[in-house]
Design a protein around this ligand. Structure first.
Ligand SMILES: *[C@@H]1O[C@H](CO)[C@@H](O)[C@H](O)[C@H]1NC(C)=O
Ligand SMILES: *[C@@H]1O[C@H](CO)[C@@H](O)[C@H](O)[C@H]1NC(C)=O
Length: 536
């Protein structure tokens, strides 16, 4: 064997070791996506089912599990799932958004292969294209700790997973046509908990249960509370938090949180309440916390919502902090506990807006309203296909002038440390999500951000998360360590805003191509648009 061949074998071995960690278990799934009929708010309507279920099956996995999930699309439209908060380390190939993956054509399939690397916590998946999310197709992802990995709270007796979201009686196709024609998303018709309006969660008196909650809705922040019970916050999107007690918590679109609740009240049934925040009309969903020996049905007034003021919510958001002494499965890059001491390599200010472009409602970031290309940006980048995306259209500071449409990316070097300011000059609350990462939310404030605001940042113990709210006419500042190479979607988690352009991609890269930084294109990658027929 020549030296070169030997080298190649060695390289191959390394690749195998890094992509597929033989020590970590494999979990295989086959999921079939179909339409079905459900009546979540009375009248029957079309929903998207996964293996016949609405919401879809729960993915209960363990840190570092390898997930091999064959998704079969039986809809009449292309389909994709994305894994909200699963970091896809070195592996944006599996992120399941239109900038990284070709959608799965009808009557076709794609096998996702990814690892829940170094994560513990509450996450969810959802359809990322075509407004499918309005019809369901979402489900929970619970990543549990490996044996012998300590968690900073006693293991609860059980857990309850609650997918909470606003719901529309209008089907996803009609909603999409309406958005395409330039109209606004209508107000929601209801709030659902696990796809219905009458769930019951049953537990034994004296025992402690974990409530794992995600806001899977399209547009609306919710407030979550339980009659007569305090909720001890223990985890937010994979971060172990300082364990404060809350009467209620605001959870914005795309966010997740986990509480411990002890059934320490007189044995009866209690209301679980999720109600919309900052909406003209407040919609309320209830479920029941049932003590297993209770014979008394729910009664009494619902626990009151906190003041309907962004200011109240902002104050509460500042109380969410990181437990610095808890170890976690999170990757702990050098200095991550000292994030406040790292000088950012640059500051990017991203201002959302809601311009009319050619007379139609669009949403934009720094005056660029994103349009999807027919070729995923990740594939265009890999095959060096020109003319798919633009690297200069999107400025890193808000620019004046008219808004325009574009397929824009911002590039950054691997291991850069960024300060990003989300500036919201609109009256509507925002929810921003970054794929591939957790980031430190260091500050929230009113009005226009400026450099002086840095003195008020929490540079000691703010938590990391993947989705941050930005209050009306306010800003939110985050710090992020770009340690994950790939093409990552930065988007509004509010789905109509995302659909009509409030998103872009962040390309994190190094000039040197190395499998230590990023996995190679999967051999089963679907190829579409200008990448069709190409070979790696
Ligand atoms: C589709 O499913 C088959 C197995 O039924 C699998 O061999 C194939 O790799 C899948 N296609 C893709 C693109 O993943
Ligand atoms: C942080 O985690 C530690 C260790 O796991 C735990 O004992 C402690 O109670 C937690 N502290 C707070 C304030 O939540």
């Amino acid at each position: 064997m020549g030296v070169l061949a030997l080298l190649r074998v060695l390289v191959c071995c390394c690749v195998l070791v890094s992509v597929v960690n033989a020590e970590d278990p494999y979990r295989y799934y086959t999921w079939t996506v179909t339409y079905g009929t459900a009546s979540p708010i009375g009248a029957p309507q079309q929903v998207i089912l996964i293996n016949g279920q609405f919401p879809g099956p729960r993915l209960d996995v363990v840190t570092n599990d390898n997930i091999i999930l064959n998704l079969i699309n039986k809809l009449d439209e292309p389909f994709l799932l994305t894994w909200n908060g699963i970091k896809q380390r070195k592996n944006s190939w599996q992120d399941g958004v239109l900038g990284t993956n070709c959608p799965i054509p009808p009557n076709s399939n794609y096998t996702y292969k990814f690892q829940t690397k170094d994560q513990i916590g509450t996450f969810f998946y959802f359809p990322s294209t075509q407004m499918h999310r309005a019809a369901g197709g979402y489900g929970a992802i619970n990543v549990y700790q490996r044996p012998r990995i300590p968690i900073p709270y006693p293991v609860p007796t059980g857990d309850f997973t609650l997918l909470i979201g606003d719901w529309f009686k209008t089907g996803h196709k009609v909603l999409r046509q309406s958005l395409d024609s330039g109209k606004l998303l209508p107000s929601p018709d209801a709030v659902l908990i696990n796809g219905q309006t009458r769930s019951t969660f049953s537990g034994d008196p004296g025992k402690t249960y974990m409530f794992k909650i995600s806001n899977v809705g399209l547009s609306t922040s919710i407030n979550f509370r339980i009659q007569g019970h305090k909720m001890k916050l223990v985890e937010v999107e994979g971060s172990h938090t300082v364990q404060n007690y809350y009467d209620s918590l605001d959870i914005h679109v795309g966010q997740s949180a986990a509480f411990l609740v002890t059934l320490d009240q007189p044995s009866k049934d209690y209301y679980i309440v999720a109600s919309t925040r900052f909406t003209r009309r407040v919609l309320t969903a209830t479920a029941v916390l049932h003590y297993s020996n209770s014979r008394t049905p729910v009664s009494g007034p619902l626990p009151a919502a906190p003041p309907n003021q962004p200011h109240w919510s902002m104050q509460q958001a500042r109380t969410l902090r990181w437990n610095l002494t808890a170890n976690a499965a999170r990757p702990n890059p050098q200095g991550s506990f000292h994030y406040g001491k790292i000088i950012p390599s640059r500051t990017i200010v991203l201002a959302n807006s809601a311009p009319l472009i050619n007379g139609k409602q669009r949403y934009a970031v720094n005056q660029v309203s994103y349009v999807n290309a027919d070729t995923p940006l990740k594939l265009a980048d890999y095959f060096n296909i020109p003319g798919v995306f633009s690297v200069n259209a999107l400025q890193s500071l808000p620019s004046g002038g008219p808004a325009s449409v574009g397929t824009s990316i911002i590039t950054a070097a691997l291991h850069e440390f960024l300060e990003i300011i989300f500036q919201n000059n609109e009256k509507e609350i925002q929810s921003w999500h970054l794929d591939g990462y957790d980031f430190w939310v260091v500050g929230y404030g009113k009005g226009q951000w400026n450099r002086d605001q840095r003195s008020k940042y929490n540079l000691v113990d703010t938590l990391t998360r993947h989705t941050a709210q930005v209050y009306p006419n306010s800003w939110t500042a985050i710090l992020v360590s770009l340690d994950n190479q790939g093409m990552w979607n930065v988007r509004s988690a509010q789905w109509a805003r995302q659909y009509l352009g409030q998103q872009f991609y962040l390309k994190v890269w190094t000039p040197v191509k190395s499998l230590a930084n990023e996995y190679d294109m999967p051999s089963n990658a679907l190829l579409c648009g200008k990448a069709k027929g190409r070979h790696p």
